[in-house]
Design a protein around this ligand. Structure first.
Ligand SMILES: C[S@@+](CC[C@H](N)C(=O)[O-])C[C@H]1O[C@@H](n2cnc3c(N)ncnc32)[C@H](O)[C@@H]1O
Length: 221
């Protein structure tokens, strides 16, 4: 992939590239962001000197929260979109935290096997079709150390009819094919088929765009 070339099926943060610049306020107001991201981080039980990857880091919000809360943790963000990486780098500089942001695709992560203690990913997997989801989870499994954990927050199976209705705008924006596994509650199965053990749903949040679900999984020692 050349620096500013994205694959044809690549779905940017808000599908329409110019919306990227107003991404942060939209996510803050619609996804209960600080609560959801805060609980996801708490569940990962981070400790000093761990190495952490934020996959599809977007504007860097999660990576910055982690680094502020755990200054001794080594935090890396990776995203395919060079434009959003520029926003993330500028945000981390203003927040005065040292985070490495790399360009790379989830289906071909630019890291060696067994590099990370934890991999996080928020609001991302519904951007990928079924086979790319499976490839991305296999890549996460590869770059995690034995005993490492995956922590994901993404749209999940709606908990009621209202949550189902509210999810239609996201499906329209990011694609009905890409969001199908999410709405059918298939993410845990795909994660398990990638080699992970102990795949769990930690929590479900009702939001104005449907049910946001926290998943966790373990790579055995
Ligand atoms: C909805 S945004 C989520 C950003 C951030 N994680 C958050 O919680 O705000 C989805 C992100 O996934 C990135 N993305 C989409 N497809 C990707 C792929 N195949 N590999 C890496 N990043 C990808 C987009 O560039 C975008 O930054």
């Amino acid at each position: 992939m050349k620096n500013n070339e994205l694959p044809d099926n690549y779905v940017t943060a808000l599908r329409i590239p110019w919306l990227t610049s107003i991404y942060d306020p939209i996510v803050r107001w619609t996804t209960r962001e600080s609560r959801v991201k805060g609980e996801l981080i708490d569940k990962a039980k981070l400790g000093a000197d761990m190495t952490v990857l934020d996959l599809a880091s977007g504007t860097g919000t999660l990576a910055i929260i982690i680094k502020r809360k755990f200054p001794d943790v080594d935090v890396v963000g990776v995203d395919g979109d060079p434009r959003i990486l520029q926003i993330a780098k500028a945000k981390s500089e203003s927040a005065n935290v040292k985070i490495e942001f790399d360009q790379g695709l989830a289906t071909q992560l630019p890291y060696a096997d067994s590099s990370y203690d934890r991999v996080f990913s928020t609001l991302f997997f519904h951007h990928l079709g079924h086979s790319d989801k499976a490839r991305a989870f296999a890549e996460i499994f590869r770059v995690l150390k034995p005993g490492g954990q995956l922590h994901v927050a993404d749209w999940g199976k709606p908990t009621n009819f209202l949550m189902r209705l509210l999810f239609y705008p996201i499906q329209w924006l990011d694609g009905f094919a890409n969001t199908k596994d999410n709405v059918e509650g298939q993410l845990p199965n795909i994660i398990q088929h990638s080699g992970f053990n102990d795949v769990q749903i930690d929590k479900q949040f009702s939001t104005v765009f449907g049910t946001l679900t926290l998943y966790r999984a373990l790579k055995d020692e």
